[in-house]
Design a protein. Structure first.
Length: 384
């Protein structure tokens, strides 16, 4: 296969920025919990060069769309023609805005990009785009920030500029990916550690193709529900700062102070954080079967307690689990559509993928896009 960078202009700044798939620890990053994502070998690739003025021009080859905005208009969120910035335009503009708010030099830029990350599929195409631009502006501005600080500024772009109240997991994973490793990340202390993936297993992603408008509002609503759980539980447990501080046993004891729906949300979060801890032990022992069982429990919890699954995603998980060689399957990312992630015995991966596609077509009558992914290095400038 030819190098995708060949489609891009031969400019001085070239960035490659991966998407991510989360293996375990869903909807816990904004509760200060621990997560276990991997950066994947699907990327935003970007070529850029600085401009002398304050114009930013971006061309997306895949979307066949061009965007122009001026740095002086960032606060007004309008493009160079004065029209409101919408959709993917909010991500690069948000990054420029967040970097400037952080006191960093942001120059006018000409950029062309191409991506093989599906948009809105729960594989963090937006975080990949954000990190790609953060690195391009860093190279153009001649300053240097730690990867974690860059990830945090990109999260700020998404929170305050694009209006999605996401946690730090996606930007973290995109910035910190390590080949062949999962990333254990404590979103409270910001400590992280790469953990080797079981060598005999493959990570298979199945994209349902469903994209729900509801995703952003549903996501923000879940976040509010978790905050409500914390403030109600504080009447009994005054020292807690987030659901991270509540153990499953404490929730058993004090959960009666929560309305049923909020109690379900809290139960998912505290048990999911416990599952991540157990999953790290499984990885340390190359126990793919044990890891897979935790994924299955995680999916059931997202379906029944956090209520962010869809029948099609449940169907994909059920189908996967009935196929030989599959250790575990679950929806990944925010939910309300998007992808499932599957841990599969490496030798069985090819047959698994073919069979999952066939069963999904038969049961749900629609196509699913399935691919095997490799844990990859995080976003970086080419040649570094
Ligand atoms: C989205 C958000 C993340 C995280 C996941 C759910 O991907 O961007 O911060 O909350 O959903 O785990």
């Amino acid at each position: 296969m030819s190098d995708p960078f060949e489609q891009l202009p031969d400019w001085e700044i070239r960035v490659i920025s991966p998407g991510r798939v989360n293996l375990l620890g869903e909807h816990v990053d904004y509760n200060q919990g621990t997560v276990l994502p991997i950066a994947i070998d699907r990327f935003v690739r970007l070529a850029a060069r600085p401009r002398a003025d304050d114009l930013v021009t971006i061309e997306s080859l895949d979307l066949k769309s061009r965007l122009q905005f001026r740095l002086e208009d960032l606060d007004r969120r309008v493009d160079a023609q004065g029209k409101p910035l919408t959709g993917w335009a909010l991500y690069p503009a948000g990054v420029a805005w967040a970097l400037r708010a952080g006191g960093l030099e942001v120059r006018g830029l000409e950029a062309v990009l191409t991506s093989d990350l599906p948009i809105g599929a729960g594989l963090s195409s937006s975080a990949a785009l954000e990190l790609a631009f953060a690195l391009a502006w860093q190279a153009a501005g001649g300053w240097q920030l730690e990867r974690m600080a860059l990830a945090q500024l990109c999260q700020r772009a998404e929170n305050a500029y694009a209006g999605v109240a996401c946690g730090l997991m996606d930007q973290f994973a995109c910035a910190h990916g390590v080949a062949r490793h999962a990333l254990y990340f404590d979103t409270r202390s910001l400590q992280w550690q790469p953990l080797p993936m079981p060598p005999d297993s493959a990570v298979v992603i199945a994209d349902s193709g469903l994209r729900r408008q509801l995703a952003a509002s549903g996501y923000n609503q879940r976040r509010v529900e978790c905050e409500q759980a914390v403030s109600l539980l504080r009447t009994r447990l005054p020292d807690i700062r987030s659901l991270r501080d509540v153990s499953p046993a404490q929730l058993d004891e004090h959960g009666d102070c929560l309305p049923p729906e909020i109690r379900k949300r809290a139960r998912h979060v505290v048990e999911e954080i416990a599952r991540v801890q157990q999953a790290c032990f499984c990885l340390a022992q190359d126990d793919a079967a044990g890891f897979g069982r935790l994924m299955v429990a995680g999916h059931a919890s997202l379906r029944d307690l956090f209520e962010v699954s869809l029948p099609e995603l449940d169907g994909l998980v059920d189908a996967a689990l009935s196929i030989e060689g599959c250790c575990g399957a679950r929806l990944t990312g925010a939910g309300f559509g998007g992808c499932t992630v599957n841990l599969v015995a490496r030798d069985a991966a090819g047959d698994f993928m073919a069979e999952l596609g066939r069963r999904y077509r038969q049961d749900c009558g629609s196509q699913v896009v399935i691919y095997c992914c490799q844990p990859s290095r995080g976003a970086h400038l080419l040649g570094t």
